[in-house]
Write a protein that binds this ligand. Structure first.
Ligand code: RUB
Length: 317
């Protein structure tokens, strides 16, 4: 798919979820590289166009760190190549490895996460996370008997995608409105969500409402675990950088004509929120389950300092 089409689909959420966003950006960069490298282009122009394409993709949605991490991983080392052909080969290798590894990561997370689900459990989840759902699907495949409470996820109703997947797999699922979380928490034995970003202090950024669920889980002494690939950890937060919380259009909450009748009302639509580390028992990564306090080590060991999030100044004279 072209970079422009991919960027548009990420923006309008036809492509959504931190993992899918990252894989589609990697795929779009790979296709674009193949296309422009096949033409008559100088290395300097090739690099400029690839970095510009990366910037377009990074600018589509601000919160999921998987997106800049994926773009930076795909572009890693490309500036040092001496010809367009070599740069294109490296870029496409980076992209296919990233896509392959990110799929393998979900399988590993599923294997580890499934161990937290026992016969007789009631698992609550929020939004629609491939990583979180993979843990439930794996536990079900292993023959464990449990049921799920899944939230609706206003305003974009990602919960429907979750209940469809779980129900198709044969998992008994309860569908609840977001505001019913505390009411049902006493029946829940485990909460599993995905994540869009993990900061160096172990805070997790995920779909709006996640932090309320974590608070309810803590009040009810219910373990709260997060499933997230290591490429969702945010190196920039080591250097004092922040994760921007995306605020989407008010029309997702109320049609513009109806909102126009309300003279003194501002409709706010943040898409994500921050759950502090103290509400999180474990983050399940493909490398193992870690306490959130270990986020720094994940950033250092698995993303490396060369990922490019530290230094956005590009030196391509
Ligand atoms: C999706 C969301 C998901 C994470 C993780 O938000 O919050 O929980 O992205 O998903 P949106 P995954 O629908 O606004 O993109 O585990 O699939 O990467």
């Amino acid at each position: 798919m072209s970079v422009a089409d991919t960027a548009e689909k990420i923006k309008n959420m036809e492509i959504r979820g931190a993992g899918k966003i990252a894989r589609s950006a990697a795929g779009a960069l790979s296709d674009y590289s193949a296309e422009i490298a096949a033409g008559d282009i100088q290395l300097k122009d090739y690099l400029q166009r690839m970095h510009d394409a990366g910037d377009i993709l990074k600018g589509t949605r601000p919160t999921a760190v998987s997106l800049p991490n994926a773009v930076n991983i795909v572009l890693r080392g490309v500036d040092a190549e001496k010809s367009v052909a070599d740069a294109d080969t490296l870029l496409r290798k980076n992209a296919s490895e990233f896509i392959e590894n990110s799929k393998l990561a979900i399988q590993n997370i599923a294997d580890i996460g499934a161990r937290y689900i026992k016969d007789g459990d009631t698992v609550m989840t929020h939004c629609n996370s491939d990583a979180a759902i993979s843990c439930m699907l794996k536990a079900h495949e292993q023959g464990k008997e449990f049921e799920v409470f899944a939230t609706e996820v206003r305003p974009r109703n990602q919960g429907y995608l979750t209940i469809k997947t779980l129900s198709d797999a044969g998992i008994k699922t309860n569908f609840i409105v977001d505001s019913a979380v505390r009411y049902f928490m006493k029946k829940v034995s485990l909460v599993i969500t995905g994540c869009d970003a993990v900061t160096v202090n172990g805070a997790v950024i995920n779909k709006i409402g996640t932090s309320q669920i974590a608070l309810c889980a803590q009040e009810a002494r219910v373990p709260f675990i997060v499933a997230g690939e290591t490429y969702k950890f945010a190196p920039r937060t080591v250097m004092g950088g922040h994760i921007d919380i995306e605020e989407r259009d008010a029309s997702e909450i109320m049609p513009a004509e109806k909102a126009a009748l309300l003279k003194n009302v501002t409709i706010r639509n943040p898409a994500f929120d921050v759950t502090p580390a103290e509400y999180i028992d474990y983050i399940i990564t493909e490398k193992g389950a870690i306490p959130p306090a270990m986020a720094y080590l994940v950033i250092r060991e698995y993303l490396g300092w060369d990922i490019g999030e530290f230094d956005t100044i590009r030196n391509r004279s």
